[in-house]
Design a binder for this molecule. Sequence first.
Ligand code: C2E
Ligand code: CA
Ligand code: CA
Length: 745
Amino acid sequence: MRLLGVKNQLKSLVNRRMAVTGMLLVFAMLAVMVTSIVLTALDRVATYANHLDEERSRETLVGAVQTFEFQLGSTLNDYAAWDDAAVNVYTAPDADWVNSNFGDMTFESDLFDVAIVLDQDGRPGMAYSDGKPIENNARGFLPHDLMFLFDQVRSGQSGPVPQALGFVRTVKGIGAAGVALIRMKSEPVEVAPQARRYLVFIRHLSANKVERISGAYVLPGLVLAPPSKRSTHAVTVESPSGISLATLAWSPRVPGDLSRQQVEPLVKAALILVAVYCLLLFIIGNSVVRRLRADEASAVKLARTDRLSGLANRDGLHVLLDQSLEEARGDGGDVVLLYLDLDGFKEVNDAYGHAVGDSLIRAVSAGLGVLVGEDATLSRIGGDEFGIVFFGPESEARAIAVAEAILDFFGEPLTLGERVVAVGCSLGLAMSHEGRIDGGELTRQADMAMYASKDGGRGRWTAYHPQMDEERETRNQIAVDLRAAIENEEITVVYQPVVDSATFELVSVEALARWNRKGHGAVSPDIFIPIAETSGLIDRLGLSVLRQSLAQLTAWPGLKLSVNVSPGQFRDPAFTSHVAALFHETGIEPQRVVLEMTETYFIQNPERARTVLERLRKIGVQIALDDFGAGFSSVGYLRQFGFDRMKIDRSLVQSLGEGHKAVEMLQATVALARSLDVPVTAEGVETEQQAVNLRLAGCDQLQGYLFGRPCSPEDIDALRLRPMDLRAKAAAIAFGHHRATDRPI
Ligand code: C2E
Ligand code: CA
Ligand code: CA
């Protein structure tokens, strides 16, 4: 729960930091975008304003040039369509009149500066320029383009008015020119075509005229330039036949540039302000990000720490392991992972509560911390699991030394306040040579090795070996098949006779489970019972044996029954009620049944064992301590838990042949049991001598191949029908007994 809280907090911190960083980025991008948009807009406005001004100047100039030409046109019309002129040219030709009215007018005139009269063949008659007659070079003022205009007028192609206009180049320069037929203004006068005369006026675009246009039309810097000089701010002057004569170019005023120059400092100031604002925001944002990052770092640390012990937790271990492996890959060192699981922690927790459980963990953590020392790292990876990472030189040797020291440490009971608790531990060791095995696999191997320690009887360390995987695989397969076998009711029960040691009469049978695994044959209970215990199948298997044997017992009145019970079955809270229900179903009196249990559970869970025993006693069933002499074997348990019977283990019985010591120990043990009023059964009795000695030692019941192997119910039926067989055996032994006492066994 707490770890989840830390993880969520870390997640939200990371999210917040990303959000702030994202916002800063977006903001910076926006600032860059706004700046570039503003600058681009400014540029566009300037360019557009420039362009607009250029267009307007061009239109104005085109208009000015046209006006220049039209003015000449209307002047020419005034002079050519003039009654006086027609009279003085055609009716009563008067050269003086013509000279003074046309030629003299060219002097310092603003309207035209060249006047020429042409005859029908285009030959110049009168010719004046700037008030002076042109002596010999009238042709210089009559270029090809002018003669083109003349032809138009002469041939009548110029339209209803016999007049044509256009720009031409003369010896004097570029000018507007016009050709018109001299005629009456009031009425048309018929003049023979041969007699017709034409008036030519030219108005040159002199420098001062250009200057006047420049002033009048506000086109600064207007100049007349050669036609080759094309420019965006210039207008081309063309002849009537379409030849470019010159260009009129003006200096652009570029109002856009001017306005831009005006606005630019302001815009720049504004942008600088925005930049300063962004910078401030960035600095603030950055410090926020830095603070979030620091929070994040401490949250990460917290997420990798176990609160109870202050050690690294599973995540912390993984990070550390990955780092160590990385280093090992670099420098060719070894990484060793030691996995440790407490044995009996859950029971302490259940018996004394979580507060005691917590202080046990703290005490163990502190103790382990001292043992592990500085050159390895200890972490708590689960409720009662610890991981220790060793790296650097001689990792393996150091890990083994620490493992031994830890086992020694757990050899002594721990004192927690007023309580003394005994917990053990199982260790698994796995090594990654040069970091070649990755963290996940190394963890799996250490875990596997640790379970091998547990299976091997706990309180030991085991190094991982690849064979463990195969064994695990085989065990898994067996577990799968066993589950199916239990479901299909393929677990059968055989019964081994138990006889009275005095009379050798059959008094009881022990129910033993049998499994014929399909495709593999019979599997020993020594193999499938432990697998059933570790894979959670023992509850159903145990109840199945109990059900079958109780049902069988109804056919054997007067006989007692022993049934084995695994410690694993005690963990099921409903165990006792299931047992009670089976007695109810079969109608068997509970007094006829003995449940056999080994001492391991009583050592590990004294409190729990006591409560279960009490409940079973209430049902009325008897409890036997099985396999006495195989393990710790303390007679103290007999007293402590008040067993109804004790069974001496086969190994002890078989050691009888080894000498006096064994005999004495057996005699003392049985005597002690009897002094506590606990009857004793000896099992594994194979020889007559053993039978004799066990009877002498005080065992009231015997069990073993000597009296019968575990067998089918039918075989038990046969034994019951022919009790003579056993009695004969008893007689033989009685005879042998005298010999046996002659010689000590
Ligand atoms: P156990 O409770 O000690 O059962 C006695 C074992 O000793 C049986 O082995 C039996 O065949 C064997 N035995 C009896 N007399 C002799 C003898 O004279 N010589 C030798 N060499 N062996 C003898 P089994 O049937 O293979 O069972 C092995 C163990 O499996 C049992 O040991 C018991 O701990 C467990 N087991 C068997 N059936 C069940 C069951 O239904 N439930 C539980 N929880 N455990 C069972
Ligand atoms: Ca037994
Ligand atoms: Ca036994």
